[in-house]
Design a protein around this ligand. Structure first.
Ligand code: CP
Ligand code: NVA
Length: 303
């Protein structure tokens, strides 16, 4: 059966562990040897494009980057026909899209894995990299740890919360009203295995005792026109040294990057001793490699 990765809970917790284990393997299976991987980007990217291209190479494959105006999903041809065409030449399709349903439509049209490289809803490969970063810090058993998300409840936040829930991590959200998780999502994180899920608008209270403090841009790609309106709303949610001081003494700071220095995080925190943003960025490569390797093997078993 073809397996896709559109959101992190497309994997069971046991499968997620298999992905994490493959990510740190020194001997990746050459599942893409002599085969292609189509990488479609409707938005800019630094980490995701480079880490995914290199992951494909490390699996023996050949990545082909397709820029937005080249494929023009639902403009030049439908998302389904784009996917059907790419499946003629490639073993996997990975895409960064504005509208998550485009990924669902592509996945429904082909019998090769479709991987989400970021959509309006989710960013599962970032969540895999974040778990790898937490494991490096705290060990493989993350159950009972506390992760506090500060700022905008973004695509990255949703996927990270689902990944944390699968690990038995307590998840807290400190988000302004209107930019916070819907109660349905909070219930989803609890159902996914988080021992405790809380949301509120007091960063100091919610960061207290946290082992991981994590944030994202106050306005995501495509929301730049809202920047001026959002800045004063989010200003109390900036992660600074005073906020990190109320976290656990061994707390780390994560950010998917790109960071808007001085907005959601200060230079002192981003460049400070608790920051793990560069190991986190580096972990995007093993995360992508582990996920692609797992998806290809799982999809092709029994064929
Ligand atoms: N974190 C992340 O996805 O970065 P890029 O947008 O540069 O790919
Ligand atoms: N939430 C951000 C993440 C960038 C990696 C965005 O979607 O722009």
């Amino acid at each position: 059966m073809t397996r896709h990765l559109l959101e992190i809970d497309d994997l069971t917790p046991a499968e997620l562990h298999q992905v994490l284990d493959r990510a740190v393997s020194a001997h990746p299976v050459q599942v893409l040897e002599g085969r292609g991987a189509a990488l479609i980007f409707e938005k800019p990217s630094n980490r995701t494009r480079n880490s995914t291209e290199m992951a494909v190479v490390e699996l023996g494959g050949h990545p082909i980057y397709l820029k937005p105006d080249e494929v023009d999903i639902d403009g030049r041809e439908s998302a389904e026909d784009v996917a059907r065409t790419l499946a003629c030449y490639h073993a996997v399709i990975a895409a960064r899209v504005f509208d998550h349903t485009v990924l669902e439509r592509m996945a429904g049209a082909v019998e090769i894995p479709v991987v989400n490289l970021l959509s309006d809803l989710s960013h599962p490969l970032q969540a895999v990299a974040d778990l790898l970063t937490m494991r490096a810090e705290f060990g493989a058993d993350l159950a009972g740890r506390i992760v506090t998300w500060v700022g905008d409840y973004s695509n990255v936040a949703r996927s990270l919360a689902l990944a944390c829930a699968a690990e038995g991590i307590e998840v807290r959200f400190a988000c302004p009203d209107g930019y916070d998780p819907h109660v349905d999502d909070l219930a989803r994180f609890e159902a996914a295995g988080s021992p405790k899920v809380v949301a509120g608008d007091d960063p100091q209270a919610l960061v207290e005792g946290a082992h991981v403090v994590v944030t994202d841009a106050w306005y995501s790609m495509g929301q730049e026109a809202e920047a001026a309106q959002r800045r004063p709303i989010f200003a109390p949610y900036r992660v600074d040294v005073a906020l990190m001081d109320v976290a656990a003494t061994d707390a780390i700071f994560l950010h998917c990057l790109p960071a808007h220095r001085g907005e959601e995080v200060t230079d002192e925190v981003l460049d400070g001793p608790q920051s793990r943003v560069w190991p986190e960025a580096a972990n995007r490569l093993p995360a992508a490699r582990g996920a692609l390797e797992w998806l290809l093997i799982a999809s092709e078993a029994g064929r």
